[in-house]
Write a protein that binds this ligand. Structure first.
Ligand code: FCB
Length: 446
């Protein structure tokens, strides 16, 4: 099927600081919660991996930007490591840390690649975690200060600012499921962290606007479309609750200035003793919503699963990626159309979409990854379908530029369109990188 994208469509790739930079002790960088988490026994990361060296992007960023140019990228989404800028979290600025991002941004601009910077992609300064991290109401001011210091310096050289990456993951995987730092398993704490993340976003937006009046400002959410396991009313109500839990808990504050009522009622005893109406400050108007899309959920009613009474129904026969995630491109179209109808964001960027597969090793200078090409084809087609229905999607950032440190999966799960040799860290574009270049230049039609 022939699908077309407007000429202005922004084709990019995404990464994040802890996943690629390495150089964790260089040029005055402070410790982040991920450094601490990876180095704390017993090991929690596959292969006992850490981000200590990662892709060594800190030293190889010029080479990486050259690679982006070869691929024809028009935009690059990276994140800024808070502990490089403010090693103590607040207060003392580390000019050497800031200078790294200035060099990166200048290199991108010289190459005609638009820089999109995420302020917070999960690497909180450990010193702030020691003071309670996102559970401390002061985290709102900490983040505002950090946003101010960075954007004063990089301001309009950065074309797009993203406050948080996937605050749901920070709040719930970090504070309820416990598999990310700070490793808590406390639902009340998760809601408290979520609240402060939202308020911190709301505090940062006007600061970014003041310091970078020409840049676009947004946030990236992990959004999962939810489907019922059957037509029963009970399963459909379970969908509603799961949607409140995963999606609307962030979308409603950001676009409507309030938490979803039915969830507030249901979760009364888990909600922190804070003023929920304060969340209206999260609704600062945005230039775009960043959508990170990987999976859908299929759910059924389950009486015993309190408080949500939701059970996940695995789609065992469906095609899946190496993460075990079902490949379901229709979910992306459904999600985008729904966002337009219910929230009408000014614009949407797909700020992450991509897949891990067990790729073969490079042979004759290329990695053959036909599954990733097929994944990209069907998902780009899904985006084109949403565009055809009037959803204002302005760009797409593939996750990820290079294979990198996939959090608790270490280096085992490879999401890159570019292979990274685990020992030499040499980069080898995969076949999917060549495919993506053809999509960008218009010579391949997804
Ligand atoms: C997202 C994260 C990103 C990466 C992908 C696979 O949740 O934002 O850092 O780990 O998943």
């Amino acid at each position: 099927m022939g699908m077309s994208f407007p000429d202005s469509f922004l084709w990019g790739a995404a990464t994040s600081s802890y996943q690629i930079e390495g150089a964790v002790q260089e040029d005055g960088r402070g410790e982040s919660v991920w450094d601490r988490f990876c180095h704390t026994l017993p090991h929690k990361i596959a292969g006992q991996d850490t981000g200590d060296i990662a892709c060594d992007h800190y030293h190889r960023y010029r080479e990486d930007v050259a690679l982006m140019r070869e691929l024809g990228l028009r935009a690059y989404r990276f994140s800024i490591a808070w502990p490089r800028i403010l090693p103590e979290g607040i207060g003392r600025l580390n000019p050497a840390g800031l200078s790294f991002y200035e060099r990166l941004v200048d290199e991108l601009l010289q190459t005609n690649i638009k820089p999109f910077a995420t302020l917070y992609h999960w690497d909180l300064p450990q010193v702030l975690q020691d003071r309670g991290g996102w559970l401390n109401p002061a985290s709102v001011e900490w983040f505002a200060e950090y946003a101010d210091r960075v954007s004063r310096q990089l301001g309009d050289r950065v074309c797009g600012w993203i406050t948080h990456n996937e605050p749901w993951i920070v709040a719930f995987v970090g504070h309820f499921y416990g598999s990310h730092p700070p490793g808590l398993t406390d639902l009340k704490a998760a809601y408290q962290a979520a609240h402060h993340l939202l308020l911190a976003h709301g505090a940062a937006v006007p600061i970014l606007r003041r310091n970078a009046p020409r840049a676009e400002v947004g946030i990236s959410l992990n959004l999962n479309p939810i489907y019922p396991a059957s037509d029963s009313l009970e399963d459909q109500e379970a969908v509603r609750r799961q949607d409140d839990f995963l999606n609307r808990w962030f979308l409603d504050p950001l676009f409507k200035g309030a938490y979803p009522d039915d969830m507030v009622t249901l979760l009364q005893e888990w909600l922190p003793r804070i003023n929920l109406t304060d969340v209206q400050t999260a609704a600062a108007p945005l230039d775009f919503l960043g959508v990170n899309y990987y999976i859908r959920n299929v759910v059924a009613f389950e009486e015993s699963e309190l408080p949500l009474q939701v059970r996940h129904v695995p789609q065992e026969h469906a095609a899946a990626t190496a993460m075990g995630w079902e490949i379901f491109p229709q979910g992306l179209t459904d999600l985008l159309v729904r966002l337009k109808q219910e929230y009408a964001p000014a614009a949407i960027y797909i700020t992450e979409n991509g897949a891990a597969f067990d790729d073969p090793l490079p042979q004759n200078g290329v990695v053959e990854d036909p599954q990733r090409i097929a994944f990209l084809e069907v998902h780009l087609t899904a985006v084109a379908k949403a565009l055809a229905q009037g959803v204002p999607v302005k760009g797409y950032f593939v996750w990820s530029l290079t294979d990198n440190f996939e959090w608790t999966h270490g280096y085992e799960k490879r999401f890159g369109i570019v292979y990274v040799d685990p020992l030499t860290r040499d980069r080898v574009p995969k076949r999917s990188a060549h495919f993506y270049r053809q999509v960008i230049t218009g010579s391949a039609v997804p």
